[in-house]
Design a protein around this ligand. Structure first.
Ligand SMILES: Cc1cc2nc3c(=O)[nH]c(=O)nc-3n(C[C@H](O)[C@H](O)[C@H](O)COP(=O)(O)OP(=O)(O)OC[C@H]3O[C@@H](n4cnc5c(N)ncnc54)[C@H](O)[C@@H]3O)c2cc1C
Length: 296
């Protein structure tokens, strides 16, 4: 049994939260304890306490790639949003896992450093970006990743990027769910602030034109199969705009599934299963989800 007063010694504790509140798709059940540790020491102590109590927990960044179950979660969700420091040393950016990728791209621009303009519209944390090997516009975090600071088996280690098994929307962290990314070091390039700004604006404008960014979503729902695009396949099976109650395949970009208000996880999954089935029947292609389904 976890004790609220003890949990409060490790950071801010919210007992009224839900996955609906902390994920960008705005879906999911209540969370018994949502905790934001203030420091790395808080996080370590919290983990030791949870281990001692045999409590279940889930680490999240900014919840922009998670579809959580509609059921209530009787465990602890650890949000790293307070661990968001960053500094620059020569051409390197060293940051904590909770730092927003959007913020880091702006900080890098202000420091005249180029290479992460692609992440200026990705609404995740740096931990989440490394976990997912997130990318856009033919760039991925792995292109600039030098090393990752990881809490692994209760020990802090720096993993070189080459040890992180990164490929298209994949990293070693997906196979080691108990490892926690604490921070990362990125190798950037010297650039000209005005040019970096122009590239960022270009990327943001392209997003506005092509993605339903004003609606709750998890970004791209499926990974693109080799040499193909999911949005074309979904168009091919006639499901652009398809709707089940408040969950809808976006009219603007069919690989985005949006929540028009009161969508449920079950409805989201019913649509993704329908897409998978029909794409398989028509094109003999197996689609894989990019969004993580978190169930318990
Ligand atoms: C409008 C929109 C646009 C998007 N555009 C893009 C895009 O262009 N490219 C792209 O790749 N993605 C995109 N995404 C998806 C999403 O932003 C990325 O996958 C992002 O990397 C997720 O980061 P997060 O912090 O939100 O992770 P979360 O959703 O919070 O978590 C995702 C997974 O990472 C794990 N995780 C998070 N932090 C840590 C940590 N510190 N240690 C260990 N595990 C951790 C979680 O446990 C979970 O399993 C988009 C999403 C939205 C809503």
């Amino acid at each position: 049994m976890l004790e609220l007063e003890i949990l409060k010694t490790f950071g801010d504790v919210d007992t009224e939260s839900s996955f609906k509140k902390i994920t960008t798709i705005r879906i999911g059940g209540k969370i018994k304890y949502l905790i934001s540790p203030h420091t790395f020491e808080d996080l370590k102590n919290l983990l030791a306490y949870l281990k001692e109590k045999n409590a279940i927990f889930k680490v999240v960044g900014r919840g922009s790639n998670i579809l959580a179950s509609d059921k209530d979660y009787d465990g602890v969700v650890i949000r790293l949003n307070k661990l968001d420091n960053c500094y620059f040393q020569d051409e390197y950016a060293i940051c904590e896992a909770g730092l927003s990728a959007v913020r880091l791209s702006t900080l890098a621009m202000n420091n005249g450093l180029s290479g992460i303009e692609f992440m200026s519209g990705i609404p995740g944390s740096m931990g989440g970006l490394v976990y997912m090997n997130a990318g856009a516009y033919k760039s991925e975090i792995k292109d600039v990743l030098d090393s990752v600071f990881v809490l692994k088996d209760n020990e802090l280690v720096w993993l070189d990027a080459s040890e992180c098994d990164m490929s298209y929307r994949h990293s070693i962290f997906m196979e080691n769910k108990d490892w926690i990314i604490i921070g990362c070091k990125l190798k950037l390039n010297k650039g000209v602030k005005e040019e970096i700004k122009e590239l960022i604006n270009d990327r943001l404008n392209r997003r506005k034109e092509t993605q339903p960014i004003n609606f709750p979503s998890c970004g791209s729902c499926f990974k693109n199969p080799e040499n193909n695009f999911v949005w074309k396949l979904i168009d091919g099976i006639g499901l652009r705009g398809y709707r089940l109650n408040d969950i809808q395949v976006s009219e603007k970009h069919p690989n985005f599934i949006i929540n028009n208000g009161n969508g449920k996880s079950e409805e989201f999954l019913s649509i993704t299963n329908k897409i998978k089935k029909e794409v398989k029947e028509k094109y003999d292609i197996d689609l894989n989800l990019e969004v993580e389904i978190f169930e318990w």
